[in-house]
Design a protein around this ligand. Structure first.
Ligand SMILES: O=C(O)c1cc(=O)[nH]c(=O)n1[C@@H]1O[C@H](COP(=O)(O)O)[C@@H](O)[C@H]1O
Length: 268
């Protein structure tokens, strides 16, 4: 089963459109063992409410070799729980280097099957990522319009729309898939733009980061979804993992209420 298929299947079966971000910050813990235990506990407690998880690689890289081991543990635990893993690395480089990134993060060796990618170096640099994802049943999520306020510096003036066109073009090569292997990142912090990006990329899975800590609200995101309620994943990291300090039950409650708010928004 491909990443897109697995996520969509989970959305339909469990009625969840939530992506749980796992971004453990060392300064929140006594030591690395404490960080590890809490991160794995949050994963397990929030799994019933998640369509997928999204570890941001920076937080694991910051822990050195221990972080890489933890990332593999997180991916293995997710696999046991039946949760697809979307690795947030925002990788992008000239083709030969992109090939190495794709080999590292999309060939399944770390347990993730999807990766966020940065198109700034040009569309030809997406090819190794897309080819590797297709060969392995994975997915890439291309940055189209990011959630941060400064995105407008470089992503305005039709740039995001040009990237969206490329996502649509790439997906035309997979006419048989409901949601092909090229998805797109559109910040949940731009609720007024979601329906337009949905229309520009009608078959792309959309990742909508920014729920919770960055101020986006589940009730504003319905424009990103297809009529059947699939096609997008709203993502929260701090708002789940640190919902109330290190209280794991509060993390589970936050994930459950994000899930419920997303479902309620789609019923209106
Ligand atoms: O690709 C991403 O996931 C991403 C794209 C974007 O436009 N904005 C964004 O915040 N993210 C990531 O989503 C997560 C958001 O974290 P919270 O603000 O704590 O929910 C971080 O890991 C970011 O790196």
């Amino acid at each position: 089963m491909t990443f897109a298929h697995a996520v969509t299947d989970r959305t339909r079966r469990l009625q969840t459109r939530l992506c749980v971000g796992l971004d453990p910050r060392l300064d929140a813990y006594r030591d690395a063992a404490h960080l590890r235990g809490h991160t794995l506990d949050v994963l397990e407690a929030t799994a019933p409410y998640a369509a997928c998880i999204k570890p941001q690689l920076a937080f694991y890289e910051a822990l050195g070799l221990e972080g890489m081991k933890l990332l593999e543990e997180v991916c293995a635990a997710a696999r046991t729980l039946g949760l697809p893993v979307l690795l947030d690395g925002k990788r992008g480089d000239i083709g030969s280097t992109a090939q190495a990134y794709a080999q590292g993060w999309l060939s399944g060796q770390h347990g993730g099957s999807a990766l966020t990618v940065n198109p700034f170096l040009g569309f030809e640099t997406l090819t190794p990522f897309v080819d590797t994802a297709r060969a392995n049943g994975g997915a890439v999520f291309v940055l189209v319009k990011t959630s941060n306020p400064g995105q407008a510096d470089l992503q305005g003036s039709g740039i995001s729309e040009r990237v969206a066109d490329e996502v649509r073009r790439l997906n035309a090569a997979e006419p048989q898939s409901e949601y092909p292997s090229v998805g797109a990142v559109v910040g949940a912090t731009h609720p007024g733009d979601l329906a337009a990006f949905r229309a520009l990329m009608p078959r792309a899975l959309l990742l909508l980061p920014g729920l919770g800590a960055q101020g986006a609200r589940a009730s504003d995101l319905s424009g990103a979804f297809d009529p059947g309620g699939t096609g997008a994943l709203a993502s929260a990291s701090r708002g789940v993992q640190y919902a109330q300090g290190l209280d794991v039950q509060a993390s589970a409650a936050a994930a459950r209420s994000f899930r419920d708010e997303l479902n309620a928004a789609l019923k209106q």
